[in-house]
Ligand binder design. Structure first.
Ligand code: PLP
Length: 462
């Protein structure tokens, strides 16, 4: 039986050893060293994780927004073992394998419109790199070699590799600049702090119009693509009106610009439908997917490409100058196939919509906190935005910097002590596995509530 009351930082040799050789992603040394060890997770079941000390946690973030079918799915492991025993790998360049063929076929049945061609790869950043290259090559093949520019949205996140980082507005200029040439950023829909000071759908549409203004400012014959997440997690889950994406789609079509929608987090039920684009009534030219494609059981990602775009490659008989060794890796494809089978069999996208509505309803009560400025979300992708002052909407820091504020850090620590793992940036992010039960949602919200109360009292915000 798990001991849910184990004291915090009860670290032993294993947790101390964890600091010796692993390079923890995106973490400062002192933050890790201060704790004198790193929590080591050893087991998962549904929405619960256990660490090496036997302490149980609710997985409030489904790992990193991806364990959609929940932890401990033995049948995915069995499908992977079977595939590995049969054939683990076939060249991504010259041949393919049975699992990849089946996966592409299943995906074609799920993706909207004519997104029927799949470039398989290993992670979200790779999918984005691939989408950018496909978009640029298509524009050049159409006779527009000067169309190389990319318009992205402020606050969005598209990954950590060079191209993906270049189209992410929080990119670190000091360490990694100069970035890919020709990227510019436009405001993102935000009903809480709209860049134009306009409320509601009109504010979203002002953001859509900003896309057109940027295309015109750059020169339409120089722009390859517009890229964005249907609902941006990095930008703390602001849900735009469908009219926003529909207008962006019209603008792209008007100016011969391709639309890349990044469903790396949104896809596979996270927002209450298999893909978020379904709820916005648009079909992009390219759609990236990763994370929930295998629910984290294996590294796999894909770019769904419209038949019209692939036709250009067919007609001109030109290869996409892009090869990734692990594209269509058979064991990963087998994991994705089984994962999708579970998502459909258990109707998890629908469950996400249902449980998401319940979660959001419960979160409404948190507005009573002096530090809670807003709550919002779509499906099981929710955010509780934290502010130092409700009247001014002053955040604890902008973007990622908010995570370093003592208040955010204390809330994170208090939640962990009480058995909830999640992240706090400008908002407390709640994106649990789609199998989360109503009782677990109640417990998760109670922990957030309690942790905020304690931190507010301790740090003088009550
Ligand atoms: N796109 C979006 C919307 C993401 O949220 C992420 C990662 O969180 C990525 C792309 C990059 O994915 P990965 O970390 O698998 O490279």
């Amino acid at each position: 039986m798990a001991d849910d009351t184990a004291p915090r930082h009860d670290f032993g040799p294993l947790e101390k050893q964890a600091l010796d050789h692993i390079w923890i992603h995106s973490a400062r040394w002192l933050d890790l060293a201060e704790r004198d060890g790193l929590r080591v997770l050893v087991r998962g079941e549904g929405s619960t994780l256990w660490d090496a000390r036997g302490k149980a946690y609710l997985d409030g973030l489904a790992g990193l927004y991806l364990v959609n079918v929940g932890h401990g799915r033995r049948e995915i492991g069995e499908a992977m073992a079977e595939q590995a025993a049969q054939l683990a790998y076939s060249s991504s360049a010259s041949y393919t394998n049975l699992a990849a063929v089946k996966l592409a076929d299943v995906l074609a049945g799920l993706t909207p419109g004519d997104l029927n061609r799949f470039f398989l790869c290993s992670g979200g950043s790779e999918a984005i790199e691939s989408a950018l290259k496909i978009a640029k090559q298509v524009q050049a093949m159409r006779g527009f070699p000067r169309r190389y520019k990319i318009i992205a949205r402020r606050g969005g996140y598209h990954g950590a590799t060079m191209g993906a980082m270049s189209i992410t507005s929080s990119r670190n200029e000091k360490f990694f600049g100069p970035f890919m040439y020709g990227v510019s950023f436009v405001p993102s829909p935000n009903r809480y702090r709209n860049d134009f000071g306009i409320d509601g759908e009109a504010g979203d549409l002002a953001c859509a119009d900003a896309v057109e203004q940027e295309i015109l400012a750059q020169g339409p014959d120089t722009v390859a693509a517009v890229v964005g997440e249907p609902v941006s997690t990095a930008n703390n889950c602001h849900v735009p009106s469908p009219a926003y994406w529909q207008r962006v789609r019209e603008i792209c079509d008007k100016h011969g610009v391709l639309l890349i929608l990044d469903e790396v987090i949104n896809g596979f039920g996270r927002t209450g439908t298999m893909f978020a684009t379904e709820q916005f009534g648009v079909v992009p030219d390219l759609m990236t997917m990763a994370k929930g494609l295998s629910s984290g059981y294996a590294p796999i990602a894909a770019v769904a490409v419209s038949e019209r775009l692939y036709d250009e490659f067919k007609k001109q008989d030109v290869a996409l100058a892009h090869l990734l060794t692990f594209g269509g890796q058979a064991v990963s494809c087998a994991a994705a196939l089984k994962n999708i089978e579970i998502l459909e069999r258990e109707e998890l996208p629908q469950r996400s919509a249902r449980q998401g509505r319940y979660l959001l309803g419960k979160l409404e009560a948190l507005r009573a906190h002096p530090t809670v400025g807003d709550v919002r979300g779509l499906g099981l992708m929710c955010a509780v935005e934290l502010v130092t002052d409700k009247a001014t909407k002053e955040p604890f820091g902008w973007g990622l910097a908010a995570a370093a504020h003592p208040f955010s850090r204390r809330v994170t620590e208090l939640m962990e002590e009480r058995g909830l793992l999640t992240r706090v940036f400008m908002a407390v992010h709640l994106s649990p596995p789609l199998v989360i039960t109503t009782e677990e949602i109640d417990r998760m919200v109670a922990i957030v509530d309690e942790s905020l109360t304690v931190a507010e009292k301790e740090l003088g915000f009550s």
